[in-house]
Design a protein around this ligand. Structure first.
Ligand code: LRH
Ligand code: MN
Ligand code: MN
Length: 390
């Protein structure tokens, strides 16, 4: 296959947009240590500027996702104008109910009506922000759960969650969506209130058409067949977004495609198979990563290139040949067809693809030669933390 594909096979790549998380550009670390870096953004404007640099060199990343309150600014209309002047749009608004004392025992699930209302009000505030930023999606990930058996009534928490989500959903504008993100552990360890895709699905299904599931690739137990979940959610019309990253152990938030490019390929094969690819598919491709020891901007450049590279390989899958082998029950031939696509080296074709669009053939090298990193390291003193990890 490698010698046979043409650049036309990759035309569909033009329809790929990847959303960058604003927090990828801030200082971050683990619970052991945050390693501050020179030149990190001091405010959301500078985060948008860094994201725009990633887009300028790759043509892949015209959207920046924000986290509230990490990215609270007085004038979101000004932030939007700033982004648009740089050729960027503001994307998903991520809520945050995981850093306040009030939410120690839960937020949207809390047994105290006042705390629940505080968490609901935070989401109303996020929806107000969405109105100003022009964002389509409100993403909700909850740290809610318990650490000890018996600590709280698991069933009651589900009922309260359903009720809180319904209030938030009702507040959305007609063109806005709610995406509910699941995670099987952490920071709660005995039980988590939205631990898996099935629970997320049950809630968004009850809410309505504009409520969908977000799949964060780092939020599964080791060995989970994530592409199966992708296929199932697409089949049910309920996959709204990805949070891409990669993991060796848990929610590592490392560069997507770094730990297991084959898994990323398999996920993208199912995305394309299920109609989840492209600007009209309704599935957003967001990154949810932190760059703890590597530089942030090249870390994001490498990430979007990894997604593009595996997408290109998935687009090359000979689906007719695969279908025939599957129909014939030819197990090894079917596996061969899939592996052929995976093993195809698309890097030279992607370099050409970029050059033909006026982009640098090698965006990593272009960034190293750009002078931007040196400039921000000189200009920006006292950069902000991504939001956690201290
Ligand atoms: C939680 C999570 C969620 C948050 C982000 C910062 O682990 O994946 O998406 O918003 O990290
Ligand atoms: Mn996430
Ligand atoms: Mn996570």
């Amino acid at each position: 296959m490698s010698s046979m594909f043409t650049s036309q096979d990759l035309d569909a790549l033009a329809d790929q947009s990847i959303e960058l998380p604003s927090w990828a550009f801030g200082n971050s670390g683990t619970r052991f240590r945050v390693f501050p870096q020179a030149g990190v953004p001091r405010d959301p404007f500078e985060k948008v500027a860094d994201a725009a640099k990633v887009h300028e060199l790759t043509g892949l990343a015209p959207i920046v996702a924000l986290h509230i309150p990490w990215d609270l600014v007085e004038d979101f209309a000004a932030l939007r104008r700033y982004a648009e002047d740089l050729g960027m749009t503001l994307g998903t608004i991520n809520s945050n109910t995981f850093q306040d004392d009030a939410y120690k025992l839960g937020s949207l699930t809390h047994s105290d009506r006042r705390i629940r209302q505080q968490a609901i009000d935070h989401h109303f505030q996020c929806i107000d922000v969405m109105g100003q930023t022009g964002s389509r999606d409100l993403k909700i990930w909850l740290a809610d759960g318990t650490n000890y058996p018996g600590q709280d009534d698991i069933r009651g928490r589900q009922d309260r969650l359903a009720d809180s989500l319904a209030k938030i959903y009702q507040r959305l504008g007609e063109d806005q969506r709610l995406v509910l993100e699941y995670k099987f552990f952490e920071p709660a360890f005995y039980h988590t209130d939205v631990p898996d895709w099935g629970t997320a699905y049950a809630h968004v299904e009850a809410l309505g058409e504009r409520a969908l599931v977000c799949l964060d690739t780092g939020h599964h137990a080791p060995g989970t067949n994530i592409e199966f979940i992708v296929a199932q959610l697409l089949r049910l019309g309920k996959l709204g977004a990805f949070d891409f990253n990669s993991r060796f152990y848990a929610d590592d938030d490392l560069i997507v495609g770094a730990a297991d490019p084959f898994q990323l390929f398999r996920i993208l094969v199912e995305v394309i198979r299920g109609g989840g690819f492209g600007s009209t598919s309704g599935v957003s491709f967001m990154l949810d990563q932190c760059h703890n020891i590597e530089k942030k901007i090249p870390g994001q450049i490498r990430s979007v290139l990894n997604v593009q590279e595996m997408t290109a390989r998935a687009l090359l899958l000979d689906r007719a040949a695969l279908g025939s082998a599957q129909d014939a029950g030819d197990v090894l031939a079917a596996n061969d067809v899939l592996m052929d696509a995976f093993y195809t080296d698309v890097r030279p074709a992607l370099a050409e693809w970029r050059a033909s669009r006026g982009l640098p053939a090698n965006p990593m090298a272009a960034y190293a030669a750009d002078g931007y990193q040196e400039r921000i390291e000189l200009e920006r003193v006292g950069g902000a933390q991504a939001g956690w990890g201290a």
